[in-house]
Design a protein around this ligand. Structure first.
Ligand code: HPA
Length: 273
């Protein structure tokens, strides 16, 4: 058994000591989007800090927890807060929560985040359905001994974002009359924002939005056979794209403006998945 799987088994044993709840869908709530939790019928909460060996965010106000309950009628687990690579955790620890949700029973992972818009057709506050990703600027979370209990050594990443789930999200957005952009998400290590030259490079490489999370989680989930989908909230236009100062970026304020539509898009999509 790989060392990482042993660690995972310990986390899972703790989880089972707390609840017999088996979620079908996992939802990671990105920066500013934690308020979505109010839309869930929560049965049990487990703070990350309670789980032995679990990575806990060092970012102020990010200290997170698992929320177990129902989204509509769908048994689900939501992560309020996630850890980021820039906090200093190894990639395999950054994705441990995703793997734990797999052990809990999820077959679908809905990823959300806040990101900087690179595509000039985007505006602050837009929702972008993630259609593909570029993770080449951060290490793969699969480096090291393969966790063969979860997946194979060389997993195919042709369809990381599940085509059927994308259709569900797109159709839901149409029905609900919520404007939805689509695009490629690029993950950087952070914690610094990008330089304008980096953003021009990322644009040339085909990225539509940039952020400091998500792609690694999508890889780990896909490796473990979880169907993945994702929606990004464009909290700002990326460095050099607009005059906006990133130093005064208020991700929460932007997300709050779209909170109602975000909640409808997520809930109604998940109900159809
Ligand atoms: N760059 C990187 N990550 C981000 C940004 C950005 O502009 N906005 C929100 N997360």
């Amino acid at each position: 058994m790989s060392r990482q799987y042993e660690k995972l088994e310990k986390c899972y044993a703790y989880y089972r000591s707390r609840t017999d709840f088996t979620p079908k869908v996992g939802l990671i709530l990105g920066s500013g989007l934690g308020g979505y939790a109010a839309n869930m019928q929560v049965e049990t909460e487990i703070p990350y800090g309670d789980i032995p060996g679990f990575p806990v965010s060092t970012v102020k106000g990010h200290a997170g927890r698992f929320l177990l309950g129902y989204i509509g009628t769908v048994p689900a687990v939501a992560m309020k807060g996630r850890v980021h690579y820039y906090e200093g955790y190894a990639m395999e620890d950054v994705v441990l929560p995703v793997r734990l949700m797999k052990k809990m029973g999820i077959g679908i992972l809905f990823l959300t985040n806040a990101s900087g818009g690179i595509n000039r057709a985007f505006s602050t506050g837009d929702f972008m359905m993630i259609t593909d990703q570029i993770s080449s600027f951060v290490p793969s979370p699969l480096i090291g001994e393969n966790v063969s209990e979860l997946g194979e050594r060389f997993p195919d990443m042709t369809h990381i974002y599940d085509r059927e789930l994308m259709e569900v999200i797109e159709k839901t957005a149409q029905e609900e009359e919520i404007e939805l952009k689509r695009g490629v998400y690029l993950q950087t290590s952070g914690p610094n924002f990008e330089s304008p030259a980096e953003i021009r490079m990322y644009a040339a490489l085909g990225a539509d939005a940039v952020g400091m999370s998500t792609a690694c989680e999508a890889i780990a989930a896909s490796h473990a056979g979880i169907r993945v989908c994702g929606v990004s909230c464009i909290s700002n236009m990326a460095s050099g794209i607009s005059e906006e100062e990133l130093s005064s970026l208020d991700v929460q304020a932007v997300a709050d403006r779209r909170a109602g539509e975000f909640a409808r898009l997520v809930t109604k999509s998940i109900e159809k998945m």
